[in-house]
Design a protein around this ligand. Structure first.
Ligand SMILES: Cc1cc2nc3c(=O)[nH]c(=O)nc-3n(C[C@H](O)[C@H](O)[C@H](O)COP(=O)(O)OP(=O)(O)OC[C@H]3O[C@@H](n4cnc5c(N)ncnc54)[C@H](O)[C@@H]3O)c2cc1C
Length: 450
């Protein structure tokens, strides 16, 4: 008989999320309160989902492994059949159409169970959320529904070999030929594309207008014969990243998302959702816990104990600093979510979460390495050795989802109303913009005008 995890962890299952605008008495359309929904989720999870193993090294999910993606698709299907998929997605597209409070209630119950967490980003919280805002009725019905059933995985095809921060400067092109769009170019750093069905791909459709005005977003089937996909090995050994080369990839008009030459509006929405997802403030992310072994956060307390340094005041201070930063980050997610919702913060508020995550995770990684010392490369301490491994990809949290430098620019310009950064290519037709000879990109980076 599986234990009742909420009681085990000392959670009060009758408590609604204190940060939520929805009270315990709030009813769903089916007159189910948050508390009733939570109780039902608790029972269902215990009966239907496996517990995560005690040792994170035994977690069966790895982002760079095809079998893991097949497994998470099955888990997602189980959630869907059980009536717990897409809690905040509208009913007409396969979701439950419920408020964030219900998602938070499910999250609180979900800790400790194996869930398809790797589908949260980018598939649900970034790609499906963007389709929800900007896609056609047909695209929403087809792709959001398929993703919620576990039949489809979506990824982002934004960054290019010539650069990622200057997203509006992409040079992958889509040309109109005989009622078709023909895609040529290359994308890179596409997380999990090898296991995906569709990618949201930003391409240039008009070269005679300033860079933001000549872009179109396409939904591209990853297994298209005109796409050559290669996997990239990272310093930590992961093969999750992919690069794609497009050679005359033919697409119909039904692949266009949000209108021709309107790609920047779609991309801006995508970046908005990405920053919230990366910063852990998206209602479209479902479930909490350790996504896969590589994503297990450093356990600073365990590290201090394992390395026998609990009596060292300096070490305790270091660990405390990391824990306080994490606590602030967690509180900030709720605060920013509601502030953007009630209009007291502009939509660019998601960049605060993105920045906070990047800064916090880099700091915690540094602290863990400082505490672990040489035990991070030799010795028997599991936590210390993982700190060493984790340090190899420390910088990823400051780059993925847009860099922390770009987040700072956005916060300065769009939240604090500082003057905009100078851009040599502003207002100039893209085909007249000076490009680096080697890269063929815009010579001046610009913070995306979300
Ligand atoms: C874990 C991870 C997952 C990712 N997943 C995806 C994915 O799924 N799909 C995808 O398309 N891409 C993905 N990326 C790529 C990511 O979006 C880009 O790496 C990122 O946007 C930065 O682009 P770049 O690496 O080309 O750096 P560049 O744009 O070349 O920037 C280089 C450096 O210059 C700084 N810089 C650039 N312009 C400015 C400016 N105007 N002001 C101040 N500083 C500036 C940057 O902050 C950075 O430090 C991922 C990256 C990581 C690390």
């Amino acid at each position: 008989m599986p234990p009742k995890n909420s009681n085990e962890k000392g959670l009060d299952p009758e408590m609604a999320d204190p940060q939520s605008n929805v009270t315990e008495s709030t009813m769903t359309k089916d007159t189910e309160t948050v508390a009733e929904f939570r109780a039902r989720a608790r029972t269902w999870l215990a009966a239907n989902m496996a517990r995560v193993p005690k040792n994170p090294a035994d977690l069966p999910i790895h982002r760079d492994d095809e079998a893991s993606w097949a497994r998470v698709r099955q888990l997602q299907r189980r959630l869907f059949d059980g009536g717990f998929a897409g809690i905040c997605f509208p009913r007409e597209y396969g979701g439950l159409g419920l408020d964030y409070a219900y998602q938070k209630a499910f999250d609180a119950e979900s800790e400790g169970y194996e869930l398809p967490l790797i589908l949260n980003a980018p598939s649900f919280a970034i790609c499906c959320a963007t389709l929800l805002d900007t896609g056609s009725e047909e695209q929403k019905k087809m792709h959001i529904g398929a993703a919620l059933r576990g039949d489809e995985v979506l990824v982002q095809l934004l960054s290019e070999p010539s650069g990622g921060s200057d997203l509006a400067g992409v040079i992958t092109r889509a040309d109109r030929r005989e009622n078709k769009w023909v895609l040529n170019g290359a994308k890179i750093w596409s997380s999990g594309a090898f296991a995906a069905d569709y990618g949201l791909c930003l391409a240039r459709t008009n070269w005679d207008v300033p860079k933001h005005e000549g872009l179109t977003m396409f939904l591209v089937p990853i297994n298209h014969p005109g796409i050559t996909l290669r996997r990239i090995k990272q310093v930590n050994g992961s093969l999750e990243f992919c690069e794609e080369f497009f050679d005359n990839v033919e697409l119909g008009d039904d692949a266009v998302v949000g209108g021709v030459d309107n790609g920047w509006a779609v991309a801006s929405r995508q970046l908005f959702h990405e920053r919230r997802a990366v910063g852990k403030g998206s209602e479209f992310c479902s479930g909490v816990g350790i996504e896969n072994f590589d994503s297990k956060p450093a356990d600073l307390v365990e590290l201090v104990n394992e390395t026998g340094q609990a009596g060292n005041e300096r070490v305790r201070e270091l660990a405390g600093r990391g824990l306080v930063h994490r606590a602030v980050r967690d509180q900030l997610a709720d605060h920013v979510y509601h502030a953007v919702l009630d209009g007291s913060l502009p939509q660019a508020g998601g960049s605060l979460l993105r920045l906070c995550l990047g800064v916090t995770e880099s700091l915690v990684s540094d602290i863990a390495l400082a505490i672990a010392g040489t035990a991070s490369v030799v010795g028997n301490s599991t936590e210390a050795f993982t700190a060493g491994q984790r340090y190899l990809s420390r910088q990823g949290d400051s780059i993925g989802g847009g860099t922390t430098e770009i987040a700072r620019n956005i916060i300065g310009e769009r939240i604090l109303n500082f003057p905009r950064e100078y851009a040599a290519d502003r207002g100039i037709p893209f085909n007249e913009v000076r490009k680096n000879r080697g890269h063929g990109t815009s010579s001046q980076s610009e913070a995306p005008p979300t």
